[in-house]
Design a protein around this ligand. Structure first.
Ligand code: GLN
Length: 473
């Protein structure tokens, strides 16, 4: 019985609940029981009641459980951003996206594990321990939304919220064989999201299929007066229905030659392109001359913003405080005890690139590179509808394999960071396997092209026929 419930997509479950064919309390209880028995360390907190509150179904998502990345503030519920410095922090308010989804009918199932303050690509930077990949428990699920991705892939949640600053929805979605959408910057409110790099952070759905991702996104998007960078989506967001890619032009970045990409990933990517052509798309090479500098610019800008955002964690207002003899010693000791090594590395790097002697050389240059990359995308989208790349250069790697080498870890973000710098939407969907592990295909489109992007992903998904059911069993 439980297996049948878990096999339903979130949309199928929402439809069944509203038709009176599925009992929402029973559905919630099935997910709660599975999550409570979680051996992947995907959750840092699981709801006690949720489904027992058999409130009348309201909203399109009536009664469907939702897993939420730890860094979203949820009133009265631990919201720790994977950090020890926020251990036990229970905010007095709820993030706008979570509020909107609750209004649409979702029920909070749990908070998911993540890299500390969303800094990482493997979930190994969490103060609450690493998450295991359900496809192979000796491997990482990706990061930073690793708990959300593993929970959805393993059938511990029908769907989940994540955030993406440089790839943190798309890369874990790819490594766990699910769908992840990083929306257009500004289309979803950041209010109540514990900040990493505010000009890049964006919330988005992690889901089992493209339709579920579209359904969740539709209820997340919108202008929020409490986030001045948010805007109303110019289009009504609809569910995808395309069956083919007739007339679509896809662009493959010119310098994507396969160098640095695992051969199995490249093979799956090339097979995916062939399937796109069979569905009616044309594939051509496009120039993105500055994309290669994306990582370098990102690893200046994101730490710069992080060093500013994280200055609020000082032992006075939130979470941990290590008592000391004077105020400065209290600040220093609290931050020493509360932040993990990756966060400290980035705060130091960010402070350095913003310091008066180095600002122009690093921060200002990186901002210029960011503009050039955004212009590359704008030019490319004059020629093609979407850009396509592998989501990640490799499949899920072994736990511990890259923890000693931050630069090798950062290379995971090679294909995802440019879209974040340009602010454009991108989706990752599973397109095949390499050595028995999932490979993600990334499609990126112009700002606010989510309807068309999801439509194309929907057609491709049907053609790929990727099956993640075995890891949910
Ligand atoms: N892996 C990247 C980083 O460590 C991206 C993280 C993210 O998107 N939050 O910064």
């Amino acid at each position: 019985m439980t297996a049948e419930l878990i096999a339903l997509s979130a949309k199928a479950a929402a439809d069944a609940i509203s038709a009176g064919e599925l009992d929402r309390a029973e559905y919630f209880a099935a997910y709660r029981a599975r999550s409570a028995a979680d051996e992947l360390n995907a959750y840092v907190w699981i709801s006690e009641e949720g489904g027992a509150r058999a409130a009348p179904v309201s909203g399109e998502l009536g009664g469907v459980p939702l897993a939420v990345k730890d860094l979203f503030c949820t009133e009265g519920v631990p919201s720790q951003a994977g950090s020890k410095i926020l251990e036990g922090y229970r905010p007095p308010y709820t993030a706008t996206v979570v509020e909107q989804l609750t209004a649409a009918g979702t029920v909070l199932l749990g908070k998911t594990n993540q890299d500390e303050f969303a800094m990482g690509s493997s979930n190994e930077n969490s103060a609450y321990g690493p998450v295991l990949n359900p496809w192979d428990r000796t491997r990482v699920p990706g990061g930073s939304s690793g708990g959300s991705a593993a929970a959805v892939a393993a059938g511990l949640a029908p769907w989940a919220l994540g955030t993406d600053t440089g790839g943190s929805i798309r890369q874990p979605a790819a490594l766990c064989g699910i769908v992840g959408l990083k929306p257009t910057y500004g289309s979803v409110s950041r209010y109540g999201m514990i900040a990493f790099a505010s000009s890049l952070d964006q919330a988005g759905p992690l889901a089992r299929d493209v339709t579920d991702a579209a359904l969740l996104y539709r209820h997340m998007a919108g202008r929020d007066p409490r986030d001045a960078t948010s805007v109303a989506h110019p289009e009504e967001l609809v569910l995808p229905s395309a069956q083919d890619l007739a007339g679509l032009r896809l662009g493959v970045p010119e310098d994507l030659t396969g160098e640095g990409v695992e051969p199995g990933v490249m093979a799956a990517f090339e097979a995916a392109l062939a399937q796109a052509e069979a569905l009616g798309a044309t594939v051509e090479r496009v120039a993105l001359p500055h994309a290669d500098y994306g990582l370098s610019a990102y690893y200046v800008l994101a730490p710069a913003e992080c060093s500013s955002n994280l200055s609020r964690f000082d032992g006075v207002r939130y979470g941990l405080r290590t008592p000391a003899d004077d105020l400065t010693a209290m600040y220093t000791q609290t931050r020493h005890d509360g932040f993990g090594p990756e966060v400290k590395r980035r705060v130091m790097l960010g402070t350095y690139v913003l310091s008066s002697g180095f600002y122009d050389a690093y921060y200002a240059s990186a901002q210029k590179v960011r503009t050039l990359i955004a212009e590359d995308f704008a030019r490319a989208f004059e020629r093609v509808d979407f850009l396509v790349t592998p989501t990640s250069p490799g499949v899920a790697f072994e736990l511990g394999a890259l923890t000693g080498d931050p630069l090798a870890m950062y290379l995971n973000d090679y294909f995802t960071v440019p879209m974040s710098l340009a602010g454009v939407p991108a989706i990752s969907l599973p397109c095949g396997l390499s050595d028995g592990l999932p490979v993600g295909l990334q499609l990126a489109g112009p700002a606010f092209s989510e309807n068309r992007l999801l439509d194309a992903a929907h057609a491709l998904e049907a053609a790929f026929g990727f099956d993640g059911a075995a890891v949910r069993a």
